[in-house]
Design a protein around this ligand. Structure first.
Ligand SMILES: Cc1ncc(COP(=O)(O)O)c(C=O)c1O
Length: 399
C-alpha cells in the first residue's frame, strides 16, 4: 500500500531535499573488516583517520578473545535490566576496577557502568539536576551533554567556549540551590582540552559540582591512561567523571565515577540506567582486558607513539588557506569552513585511499565545516606522512 500524500512525508521530503542542496546530507559507508587503520570500505581498501580507536584496541586479539570468553561464560545477552536480573559478576568487577582506577582523583568514588556514553550523560544529568538546580553548559559540549541538560528539569545557562569570566558571572548571578557545571574534557570536534583546573576552582568558589565528560581523554591522557584528571593531576570529591569505553578502550559502553551517594542515587533514580536492558556481560568481561592494557607499560608505549604521530602530523601539515586547529590531542581538525569544499576534500582524500571525517553543521557551528582527522596508536609514521602530503596537495590544487 502506498501513501499518496501525507503532511509528515511531504515535510520530511522537503527537509531532506534542503539538506541535499546545502551539502548537509550524511551517508553511511559499509565497513567489512575489523576496525583498524587499514580497512575495506564499500569494497575498497583504505587507510582510516576517522575512528576513535585511539590506542588500536578495537581489534586487538586479546580483547577479542576476552569477548569470546565472556560470551562462553555469560552467554550472548544480559537478559534483563540491571535492577531486575541483568547485573552480572562481569559488570560488578568492571565497576570495581574503574572506581579503583579513578580513586586518586575522585575520592570515595564508586563507578557505574552504562551501555553507551550517550546514555550515561542523559541518565546522569537528568537524574541529578532537578527543578531547584541550574546547569551551566559549555557552548561546544557534545550532543549527549546538551540532550541530558534538555531532559533535566533544571534551568539551563550556556557559557561561551572556554569563557571563564562569563561562567563566573553566571554562577554569581544564579539563585539556584544546586549548581552543576558540565563540560567535555577534550572537545570532540575541536580537540582542545577544557581549562579544568580553573573550572574546578570556580566551582569550588561557587559551591557548584563539575561534571567532566572525558570520552576522548580516558585511556589516552595521563601517564597510566586514566584520563584528563591524571593528566592535569586534578581531584575533588565534587567532581563527577564520565569516561567512555567504546573509544580508547576499544569495546563499548561508558562509566561514571563519583561520590558513592551520587552513584547510589543514579542506581535508584536515573531512568536511562534503570529502564533499559543491561549490555551483554561479555562486553564488560572484554573491557577488563582493555583496562589492563591501558594501565600497563604497553599502554604507556602506545600513548607515547600516539603523541609522536600527533607531533608529526602538526609538523607536516603545513596549510595555506585551511587551518589546523591548535589541538594537542589525537583529534586534529582542519577548518575548511565551506560545506561543499569540505565534502569535496573528504571525497578527494577517499579517492586517494584516505578516510577522514567531514564534519558539518549542526555538529559544528555554521561556517566552520572541517575535516576531523583522528590519530590512533595503530597508525604508522608513514601513514601520517602520506595523509599530510595528500591533503597539502589537494589544498594546493583547490586554491
Ligand atoms: C564528548 C562525548 N561524550 C559522549 C559521547 C557518547 O559516547 P558513546 O559513543 O559511548 O555513546 C561522545 C561520542 O560519541 C563524545 O564525543
Amino acid at each position: 500500500m502506498t501513501v499518496a500524500s501525507s503532511p509528515l512525508l511531504d515535510r520530511l521530503q522537503q527537509k531532506l531535499h534542503e539538506l541535499d542542496t546545502q551539502h548537509l546530507s550524511r551517508q553511511r559507508r559499509t565497513v567489512s573488516t575489523p576496525h583498524a587503520p587499514c580497512m575495506t570500505v564499500d569494497g575498497r581498501p583504505i587507510v582510516a583517520f576517522c575512528s576513535n580507536d585511539y590506542l588500536g584496541l578495537a581489534a586487538d586479539p586479546r580483547v577479542v578473545e576476552a569477548l569470546q570468553q565472556g560470551a562462553a561464560l555469560y552467554g550472548a545477552g544480559s537478559g534483563a535490566s540491571h535492577l531486575i536480573s541483568g547485573h552480572s559478576d562481569a559488570h560488578a568487577a568492571l565497576e570495581n576496577k574503574l572506581a579503583e582506577f579513578l580513586s586518586p582523583w575522585v575520592p570515595s568514588a564508586r563507578a557505574l557502568y552504562f551501555s553507551t556514553g550517550y546514555m550515561a550523560n542523559l541518565a546522569l544529568i537528568s537524574a541529578l539536576a532537578d527543578k531547584d538546580a541550574e546547569i551551566f553548559s559549555e557552548a561546544l559540549n557534545h550532543a549527549s551533554l546538551i540532550d541530558g541538560a534538555r531532559l533535566a528539569r533544571a534551568k539551563l545557562s550556556v557559557y561561551p567556549h572556554r569563557d571563564l569570566q562569563a561562567l563566573d558571572e553566571q554562577l554569581r548571578q544564579s539563585q539556584a540551590k544546586e549548581k552543576l557545571v558540565i563540560t567535555d574534557a577534550v572537545f570532540s570536534m575541536d580537540g582542545d582540552i577544557a581549562p579544568l583546573r580553573e573550572l574546578l576552582a570556580l566551582c569550588e568558589q561557587h559551591g557548584a559540582w563539575l561534571l567532566v565528560d572525558d570520552a576522548h581523554g580516558f585511556g589516552v591522557l595521563g601517564d597510566t591512561g586514566r584520563g584528563v584528571l591524571e593528566h592535569l593531576d586534578l581531584g575533588s570529591p565534587q567532581l563527577i567523571y564520565m569516561g567512555t569505553l567504546g573509544k580508547a578502550a576499544g569495546v563499548a559502553g561508558a562509566f561514571v565515577a563519583a561520590h558513592e551517594t551520587v552513584i547510589e542515587w543514579l542506581v535508584q533514580r536515573a531512568r536511562a540506567y534503570i529502564y533499559t536492558t543491561a549490555s551483554p556481560p561479555a562486553v564488560a568481561h572484554a573491557l577488563m582486558t582493555s583496562i589492563n592494557i591501558i594501565g600497563s607499560d604497553e599502554g604507556r608505549q602506545r600513548r607515547a607513539h600516539l603523541r609522536q604521530l600527533i607531533a608529526r602530523l602538526k609538523e607536516c601539515l603545513v596549510l595555506k588557506c585551511w587551518r589546523l586547529l591548535p589541538s594537542e590531542t589525537a583529534i586534529q581538525p582542519v577548518i575548511i569552513a565551506d560545506n561543499a569544499a569540505t565534502m569535496a576534500t573528504g571525497k578527494a582524500l577517499m579517492e586517494q585511499g584516505f578516510w577522514v571525517g567531514a564534519i558539518r553543521p549542526p555538529t559544528v557551528p555554521i561556517g566552520t565545516a572541517r575535516l576531523r582527522i583522528t590519530l590512533s596508536a595503530a597508525h604508522t609514521i608513514e601513514q601520517v606522512d602520506q595523509l599530510a602530503a595528500a591533503l597539502v596537495s589537494i589544498e594546493k590544487n583547490h586554491s
